[in-house]
Design a protein around this ligand. Structure first.
Ligand SMILES: Cc1ncc(COP(=O)(O)O)c(C=O)c1O
Length: 279
């Protein structure tokens, strides 16, 4: 039985129970993080916890995060996860009578975490991902990693039903990001991705890739990529905690050129960072 963490306790998953009045259940009122472990070692924990702290602050959820940092490690141990794994941490505004206004200030947030063995989709290391464009119907605070993921879930499901792996959100003509990834395009050797704004999540993998571009002299710009420009892109790729750096093989039925030197280089450089950090 999987061991999970709930409000200070490590429990078998089927004994981890929360109230139906939890704000996460009634309002989708919570934030989360998805953290990766490679070879049983946690990757970029501090960066993920910094974003979790930022999500909590933006949502005005007061949670003590420092004691939580040890939970990820312990969940890997408790569940014997010595290879690649994902760790999920969720914090909601807690349990309170249903009311739109926030619960009393002394309401304790609900804190939940779990971990599981993870295997990347083999297609991502082969030809790459199949993607489709989707209208971005999400709210205007996509910079906060909230648990209310209905539009993302609907986009992912629509992509799946069309035989694709990822839906890319287009707002005001700009390809903002995927339903669970950041989006990049390469034009004449220059990497471009949407600038940080309230319309995209500040991806941890995105930040590593931009650092790698800087470090290795790969030209890049954080500037909008318009859907109308996509036909001219030489390469397209996605980044996320579960994907790493994944080449897009086909977008809305157009297969990208098979030569993808920039994506391949960034994927290799990213892997080198992983191996250095998680050796
Ligand atoms: C909407 C969205 N954008 C981007 C990302 C990529 O972020 P990260 O690289 O931190 O996993 C995710 C990851 O889950 C996401 O859900």
């Amino acid at each position: 039985m999987t061991t999970v963490y709930l409000n200070g306790q490590y429990l078998p998953q089927d004994q981890a129970l929360i109230s139906p009045l939890d704000r996460g259940f009634t309002y989708g009122d919570g934030v989360y993080e998805m953290i990766r472990a490679y070879h049983g070692k946690i990757f970029l924990l501090a960066e993920h916890f910094a974003r979790l702290a930022s999500s909590c602050a933006k949502m005005r959820i007061g949670a003590h995060l420092t004691p939580l940092e040890a939970v990820s490690e312990r969940l890997l141990r408790e569940n014997g996860l010595t290879g690649d794994a994902l760790i999920y941490v969720q914090i909601t505004r807690g349990t309170a009578p249903r009311s739109h206004v926030f619960p009393p200030a002394d309401t304790k947030p609900t804190v939940f975490a779990m971990a599981w063995a993870f295997t990347k989709n083999p297609a991502f290391d082969g030809p790459g991902a199949i993607a489709i464009l989707e209208p971005d119907v999400r709210w205007s605070r996509c910079d906060i990693k909230v648990t209310s993921l209905v539009p993302n879930s609907m986009a992912a499901q629509r992509a799946k039903e069309l035989g694709a792996h990822e839906g890319l959100f287009v707002r005001d003509g700009v390809v903002q990001e995927g339903s669970l990834s950041n989006f990049f395009a390469v034009f004449d050797g220059e990497v471009r991705t949407a600038p940080l704004s309230n319309y995209i999540l500040p991806g941890i993998t995105r930040a590593v890739v931009l650092d790698l571009c800087r470090e290795h002299g790969i030209p890049y710009r954080e500037t909008p990529v318009f859907a109308t420009e996509l036909a001219d892109a030489d390469e397209l790729f996605l980044t996320s905690t579960p994907y790493d750096v994944v080449s897009i093989d086909c977008l809305d039925g157009r297969t990208l050129p098979a030569e993808r030197p920039v994506t391949r280089r960034l994927a290799q450089l990213f892997r080198a960072v992983v191996e250095r950090e998680c050796a």
